[in-house]
Design a protein around this ligand. Sequence first.
Ligand code: NZQ
Ligand code: ZN
Length: 383
Amino acid sequence: MESFQLCLPTKVIFGKEEYQNIGEYLKPYATKILLHYGGGSIKSSGLYDKVVSSLNRAGIEFVELGGVQPNPRVELTRQGIELARKENVQLILAVGGGSVIDSSKGIAIGVPYEGDVWDLYDKENSAKPQKALPVATILTIPAAGSETSASTVLSNMETGRKYGCSSELVRPVLSILSPDLCLTLPKNQAANGICDMMAHIMERYFSPSTHVDVTDRMCEGVLRSIMNNGKKLMEDYKNCDLWAEIMWAGSIAHNGILGVGRKESWVSHGLEHELSAIYDIPHGQGLAIVFPAWIKTVWKENPTRFVQFAIRVMDVDLEYYDQEAIILEGVRRLEEFFTYIELPTRLHQIGIDNSDFEKMSKAVERIKKTSFELAMEVYQTAL
Ligand code: NZQ
Ligand code: ZN
């Protein structure tokens, strides 16, 4: 086990309709806030009205900025920074999914920063956030885990780049997880979210670190639970108890606790961010394609770990001497699960060919995720 430090400061408020009390919950933090949201789902679901009336009841003043798109754009974040500065807000309230939360985090670190906020994301620039406004969230889709994570990811359409920024400063101070909010989610978004949270665990699980039995068992247990409840959810989509399991799993998957004491991978995320930067596909969909291809490409580097995954998570029961057969059966079952929840597992299924492979592989190499050759091999395997 590697040495580690752990501090998980986000206050999680979990329960049906807890968003109705957001005004009261925010009172200790702010009297004036920026309410940030996405493309309209919170208005059609009625959540926007409930949040506004709770803020009014609590006497919390607010200004608002909607319009965050999936794969959130730095351009809107810049607008949010201007607005937050002009209005002197004390906190950013994100109501939405990972995209809205990540844009809110960008505003939070951008307000006190004197340069352009993109400097804090751009891998060619060494600027790091030094201060941030607090961020609170009302989560509407279990997926990215940004509601408790210490990172934010933005896209820059001018440069065609999608980059993350990691800092403890962006961990939300408070997040409301109300599973009833998931009932309006389209099934494809639910599937994208399930894949993303599994990928967050697998990025931590496929580690060269040894003597990590506690976190191994935790990762395996949460992965099994996500697949079990995810399958049931596809057949019983309005079941709030199943949504509660998935919603909590999504936060645990990425708050950091499953990665303590381990070296983490994040190569599949690096490879996927190139796909969503260029083709604007949902992050979870890209991961369903990239992750199995990455396993097929790298398993020989650490076969016992992939054997352990196949046996303990995917219930593969083959002869122990044939490691390759066990591992490949494990990946096949992983792909079978993604297919069951109606995700693609090959690039050609979503109309992507090999024309950008070299460009994407150079970019992945530049941000030091992996070598150009390995990136090319994974993309080819994913075709
Ligand atoms: O914009 P609206 O109208 O709200 O619609 C959204 C959006 O179209 C819709 N939606 C969300 N909640 C809904 C709903 N529709 C109906 N009912 C609801 N309750 O779902 C669509 C997708 O939303 P988005 O926020 O983009 O999804 P997700 O949470 O998967 O976030 C994806 C982003 O997070 C980044 C990804 O790269 C991607 O940009 N990530 C952020 C991470 C982090 N900050 O820690 C880690 C992840 O690895 C990931 O990279
Ligand atoms: Zn992710």
